[in-house]
Design a protein around this ligand. Structure first.
Ligand code: SF4
Length: 440
């Protein structure tokens, strides 16, 4: 009888990619994915600790699995990802019915860990960071995981920036860049399978190659990827503004297949707070880069992240952020209320902005952004846009979905053979997170 596993993924694209790898590794030891947690032989959570809310969700989910374990002692329950990396063995102590904990550098050990639990009913944890050479050797080539029109390709791992609020360098380790020759080989393999769009991902792709004198820069990598035949669209994320070079900005005027969207997290619109966040740029630096981007690609749409209520944030700082939102006119914005992450530099600062003040500033920024987003996305209504068709829509049968160059999901009625092609779709309505269209 087939064994099944239920896997839930929290957080960013890096975790989405790690989860694909987990599925691949578990298939090698005879486990097949199920969407039904109640019948699974193995339950795994691939976790995120970047935000307090995501971390609390993990604990909530684990609690809900306890009755399943009581009813079936053979059930294996494991936790991976950033919470696992951060808590390590302590998680096993805190949660007596948990069987295994694997950190961000130890996904490759998962099959052996699951087998050990199955055979010997041991509880195990693996959270050591690996050295650079081992990490490079273990880098999976994801061209062997087939399927899909769009794919993420990891080009770097870890981060050396140590923004004062951020847990990532502590749970993902130091920054390493994958050799460009391997990246190109993987993308050629994906193109041969019919993949049409790739998104190059990493914690800060803009600094790709920066630690290795023999490696090419990120702008050069983009130019090489753009030459891969069959890849019709190219995206990348995440971009640190301090590493957004003029050469990288120039790629937006040179490379037609590079999409008209950039996620450029600003975090705050006030220079003194940016300094305390250790971001390495000022408000003025950021705005200059935005202006250059718009010169290189006039119809580019930007999205961003903002942390509201960082320690010491005055009402003038909050007003500066509000005015930056108004000036940049992001297409979408992800707002978060600050909460200290244990182990970060900012955790040593007094979290002195009250919940009520954070909420009030958050609400004002959100209200302004909602108005701007509506204006930006409503401007598409009545226009015909090229949409890369990715698959079946979830809401109605006969409905397909795809994305515009601005990374907006469009649902429309169409037939299966369109999947994988770029089609002209007239936008008839803009909703909060997607658009409705009709195929021309
Ligand atoms: S650049 Fe800053 S915010 Fe981004 S992952 Fe690195 S430390 Fe975190």
């Amino acid at each position: 009888m087939n064994k099944t596993f239920f896997l839930e993924t929290f957080g960013c694209q890096m975790n989405v990619v790690d989860s694909e790898r987990i599925c691949h590794l578990l298939a090698e030891i005879g486990y097949y994915r199920t969407e039904h947690v109640d019948n699974a032989n193995l339950i795994l959570l691939n976790t995120c600790s970047v935000r307090d809310k995501a971390e609390r969700k993990v604990y909530g989910h684990l609690g809900s699995f306890k009755p399943l374990k009581s009813a079936n002692p053979e059930l294996i329950i494991g936790v991976g990802g950033c919470v696992a990396q951060q808590e390590g063995e302590q998680l096993l102590t805190n949660i007596p019915f948990l069987d295994l904990v694997f950190g961000t550098h130890n996904i490759h050990k998962l099959p052996a860990m699951v087998t050990a639990v199955e055979q010997d009913r041991v509880r195990c944890h693996e959270t050591d960071f690996l050295d650079r050479e081992t990490r490079l050797q273990l880098w999976p080539n994801r061209a062997d995981i087939s399927g899909g029109v769009t794919r993420f390709v990891t080009i770097m791992q870890g981060c050396d920036n140590f923004c004062s609020f951020c847990i990532v360098p502590h749970v993902r380790g130091r920054e390493i860049s994958r050799p460009s020759t391997e990246i190109i080989r993987e993308i050629e393999g994906l193109a041969a399978q019919g993949v049409k769009e790739v998104t190059l991902i990493g914690q800060n792709v803009n600094s790709y190659g920066g630690k290795d004198e023999t490696e090419i820069s990120f702008a050069e990598l983009l130019r090489k990827v753009a030459l891969v035949e069959g890849i019709e669209r190219l995206r990348f994320t995440t971009s640190h503004p301090k590493d957004l070079s003029d050469d990288l900005i120039a790629t937006f005027s040179e490379i037609d297949t590079l999409c008209n969207h950039l996620h450029l997290p600003v975090q705050c619109g006030s220079s003194p707070i940016l300094k305390r966040m250790n971001r390495g740029y000022t408000r003025e630096d950021y705005l200059k880069k935005v202006a250059k981007l718009r010169q290189a690609r006039p119809d580019i749409r930007l999205t961003s992240d903002i942390i509201v209520g960082f320690p010491g944030e005055t009402k003038e700082d909050a007003a500066a952020t509000l005015s930056l939102i108004e000036q940049v006119r992001y297409a979408d914005l992800y707002l978060f209320q600050y909460s200290p992450r244990p182990g970060t530099a900012a955790a040593a600062l007094v979290d002195d902005i009250s919940k009520a003040v954070k909420q009030e500033r958050f609400d004002r920024m959100l209200a302004m952004q909602r108005t701007i987003s509506q204006e930006v996305w409503n401007a598409d209504v009545g226009t015909t846009l090229p949409v890369l068709v990715e698959g079946h829509g979830r809401q109605k049968s006969g409905q397909l979905f795809g994305r515009t160059t601005w990374n907006r999901i469009v649902n429309f009625t169409g037939d299966d053979p369109l999947i994988g092609s770029v089609q002209p779709v007239r936008i008839i309505k803009s909703l909060k997170n997607s658009q409705l269209g009709e195929l021309l």
